[in-house]
Structure formats: C-alpha cells, structure tokens
Design a protein around this ligand. Structure first.
Ligand code: SF4
Length: 231
C-alpha cells in the first residue's frame, strides 16, 4: 500500500529579527541537505566555453544549450575562431537557442574584446566582465563563480527570482534589487551555491505553476501565498 503524503502546512511568518535569522539558517541547511553537490549545469571545459554557453543560455534551456555547444566547439575550437567567424553563419549555428542574431554578434564581440583587451583570458572581475559584449551581471556571476570560484554577486535567474519571493527573501521584482537583498542576507561563501540550489529546487519541486509543496522539505517554514495546499 502506498503511503499517503502529509498535506502542506499553513505557516505563520517570523516576527522578530532573531526568528527571521533562524528561519534563514534553516532554509540554507535544508537546501544543503536536498542539493548538496550542485554544479553549473552548462557543460564546459574552460572559462571561455562557460562564457559562450552562458551567453547562449539567455531565454533558452540549459538542456538545449548543452545539445548545441559540443558541435559549436568542434567547429570553433578557440576564441580566435569565434573572433573571426562569419556572423550570419554563426547565427545559424546557434539558431536553435533563440535570439540567434544577437547571440552570434555577442559571441564574436566577446571573443574580439577578450583577445584584444585581456590577451585571450576571460577576465576575473565583475567590472571587466560587464564590459564584454553579451555579459550582464547574471552571466558574469555564473562565469566568475563557475570558472574561477570568485563570488562578487548572486546569480538571479527566473527561478531565483520566483523562489526569493516565495521564501520571502526579497520583496523586489527586478533581478538587480533581488541580488542586492540576497547579498545582504546570504553568507558570502554561499553566494555561488545558493542560487544553484534554488534553480535545482525550482526545477524539481517549486515551478511557477503548481509547486509540489507536499513533497518539499521547506514546507514547514514556507508561507508563500501560492503554495499548493491540495495533494
Ligand atoms: S514547493 Fe511549496 S513549500 Fe516548497 S518552497 Fe515552493 S512554495 Fe514553498
């Protein structure tokens, strides 16, 4: 006989700073238990490949990007190959990731900029990366954390945006404001792993529609308005 799951709980908000801090520690601990060994899901062998894959991942699934990049890196094995690529041809090569004209321009621009300004080394600071075509804060955070273990900020994608609100870690909607809120409350050593854990959790149990609250370990401390209270 299959065991029946417990219905999700209605939970009250913490009232004091101490209660909020204790709740945050609990969230971090439970995420560590649920997602102990999370890694960047974009397949890459070096910082340049991670930058390329991250640029391609805008408005596209990681799965699709991982289908495209092996062939792409066979055809354009080095940064120089991207720098001198024919843009129309590269656009077709990345067509299935969407926004292919913009992405192909960004990849060529990024390769040219890094070759001329940084001797072919993907930069290691947020400020420098933000000057590379195609790299906004999210891209820079992925590359800095994933390729170099450098934490200058917190990746905020659509999952982190949604879960930060459901878990009451930010009241804001704009990624840049959410990132600022998270940087204030999440310990710096977790700035890279924490958003990866939220992304995994968003995909596994807490999607935009019909979160699986009855299966979620965060249920006892989650008071999101849109919890699924029905099994
Ligand atoms: S699955 Fe439900 S309980 Fe878990 S974090 Fe999402 S909304 Fe909260």
């Amino acid at each position: 006989m299959t065991k029946k799951a417990t219905p999700p709980k209605l939970v009250s908000r913490p009232k004091t700073a101490a209660e909020r801090a204790a709740r945050l520690r609990k969230i971090l601990k439970l995420l560590d238990e649920m997602y102990p060994n999370v890694k960047v899901p974009l397949v890459h062998r070096n910082p340049w490949e991670l930058l390329v894959a991250t640029i391609l991942s805008a408005q596209c699934t990681d799965k699709r990007v991982n289908e495209v990049t092996p062939g792409l890196f066979r055809k354009y094995p080095s940064m120089s190959d991207f720098a001198r690529a024919n843009q129309a041809e590269l656009a077709q090569d990345v067509r299935s990731t969407g926004f292919f004209n913009n992405k192909s321009k960004a990849l060529i621009g990024a390769a040219q900029k890094i070759l001329t300004a940084y001797h072919g080394q993907v930069p290691r600071s947020m400020q420098e990366l933000l000057g590379v075509p195609g790299a906004a804060r999210k891209t820079a955070n992925v590359v800095l954390g994933g390729a170099y273990g450098i934490m200058e900020g917190v990746v905020v994608d659509t999952h982190v945006q949604r879960l930060s609100q459901r878990l009451d870690l930010s009241k804001h909607q704009q990624p840049v404001r959410i990132e600022q809120d998270l940087m204030k409350i999440i310990p710096k050593e977790k700035w890279f792993i924490f958003p990866l854990q939220l992304i995994h959790h968003g995909r596994a149990l807490c999607p935009a529609r019909k979160p699986k609250c009855a299966e979620c370990k965060l249920d006892p401390i989650c008071y999101a308005k849109d919890k699924s209270l029905i099994l």
